[in-house]
Design a protein around this ligand. Structure first.
Ligand code: SF4
Ligand code: SF4
Length: 428
């Protein structure tokens, strides 16, 4: 089968053999009331309240949202405003920890007997897409369309990040059980797990674990970034094309990240909601690259100290990988549900860009066959109609075009501005 393209990157999987470790309980956590796409929660605790691990501290009636829970025990010492990456604000609950890590009586194994009770449990768990998307899982798992395939994103195609890999090799039974639970309660017939070929140990273990379940297949994929992007993964594993304006469910597919599906298994067995996550800490400013399990809301500074970061030398600090990661503005910013990595680099690459030389490399690199130079021209000319014809809304900000551009032009960034222009014109 023809596969969608992309670019070859150096993997830098320096932490692939680093077993997960638990971060010591931080002195304080600051938990934003929005760690998901959709409506922010409101705090359901107040200053001076005593909270315990697993206790709900924020919720909302909104459809596109999930509740927020505490990953520490301690006292609520502040409720303030927090500026999110999209520029909007939400409330943030600060908890000063007591070091006890006492577990809340609210933590109970959910009673799941059918699809509705499963979806209700998934909402209560606070699960969002753990691969970086932060989409509420309870919404993703309840499409109106009929779905026949669960596609698991185990590609982990961004350089440096190995937290999904550690999940697969350290607890593969959670992955397979999570897959089976989702398939069972949503009546999905088949599952395909897409893994890049640079993870032979994970491939071997999962193939062995899945061998008793013919409905679960492992698809070994070439190491081509962005193999884990939803549209790319669906095409490369199933040959189905998610058209412009469509969702994966329109092609009969639900895509879940491998760590998310493993969380489903843990939650259904323990009732402990999403209060912590594993993330990779790496980069040339990190002396002790590692995979570390961190309570939500932990200051990035605590994680950097644990990994022996040379903080005074850091020029670039990212949530996530080097291709799609987002800048961390302040080292006291919190770890969020979708953060699968923190990267600390000594160099900040801000190359001087020059005029487009019309080499076409960005077009060749784009997995979705978009035309970045034409998009740029239409954007500069404020030509919304042309942008729509050029299908700019398909752009997934994967960064392949920027990566290959010899003129060092901010190609993907321009596409994001162009998308914003199209969306703004649609609202008029
Ligand atoms: S145009 Fe968009 S989808 Fe295509 S390579 Fe660039 S960022 Fe990726
Ligand atoms: S890769 Fe850069 S220089 Fe080449 S066509 Fe694209 S934008 Fe222009």
């Amino acid at each position: 089968m023809k596969r969608l393209g992309g670019v070859k990157l150096s993997h830098h999987k320096n932490t692939e053999n680093c077993s997960s470790q638990k971060l010591p309980v931080p002195e304080k956590v600051r938990i934003p009331m929005s760690m998901h796409i959709g409506a922010p929660c409101s705090p359901v605790v107040k200053i001076k309240d005593i909270v315990q691990v697993g206790q709900k501290i924020g919720d909302t009636d909104a459809f596109m949202a999930v509740p927020i829970h505490s990953g520490v025990s301690g006292t609520v010492t502040a409720i303030s405003d927090y500026r999110m990456s999209n520029g909007r604000t939400c409330k943030m609950v600060e908890i000063t920890t007591d070091g006890e890590q006492s577990v809340s009586p609210e933590v109970k194994v959910p009673e799941v007997t059918d699809k509705d009770s499963f979806l209700k449990a998934i909402r209560q768990s606070g699960l969002v897409g753990m691969g970086g998307a932060s989409f509420p899982a309870c919404v993703k798992l309840a499409p109106k369309q009929s779905v026949d395939t669960l596609c698991i994103n185990a590609a982990e195609c961004e350089p440096y990040i190995t937290s999904d890999y550690r999940q697969m090799v350290e607890a593969p039974d959670e992955v397979i059980d999570g897959v089976r639970q989702v398939m069972k309660w949503l009546s999905i017939k088949q599952c395909i797990i897409g893994i890049e070929s640079n993870k032979p140990e994970a491939i071997r273990i999962l193939k062995e674990k899945a061998s008793s379940y013919p409905e679960i297949k492992i698809s070994v994929l070439p190491c081509t970034y962005p193999q884990g992007a939803e549209k790319v993964l669906i095409y490369n594993t199933l040959g189905r094309i998610v058209m412009e304006g469509q969702l994966p469910a329109d092609q009969g597919v639900i895509v879940m990240n491998v760590s998310s599906v493993a969380f489903v298994s843990r939650y259904l067995k323990t009732g402990m909601p999403m209060v912590q996550r594993m993330l990779t800490v790496d980069g040339d400013a990190i002396k002790n690259p590692c995979n570390v399990i961190v309570p939500m809301g932990t200051p990035v500074a605590d994680v950097l100290n644990f990994a022996e970061c040379e903080i005074d030398k850091v020029k670039k600090l990212l949530y996530g990988g080097p291709m799609m990661g987002m800048s961390i503005q302040d080292i006291n910013d919190p770890v969020l549900k979708a953060n699968n990595a923190i990267l600390a680099m000594k160099k900040s690459q801000s190359p001087k860009s020059s005029a487009c030389i019309h080499c076409g490399r960005c077009i060749q690199a784009c997995p979705l066959d978009l035309m970045p130079p034409q998009i740029c021209k239409a954007y500069e000319g404020k030509d919304v109609e042309a942008l729509q014809k050029l299908k700019v809304m398909l752009c997934m900000n994967c960064g392949c075009c920027t990566y290959v551009c010899p003129a060092k032009r901010p190609v993907a960034e321009t596409n994001q501005f162009a998308k914003a222009m199209v969306m703004a014109s649609a609202k008029k």
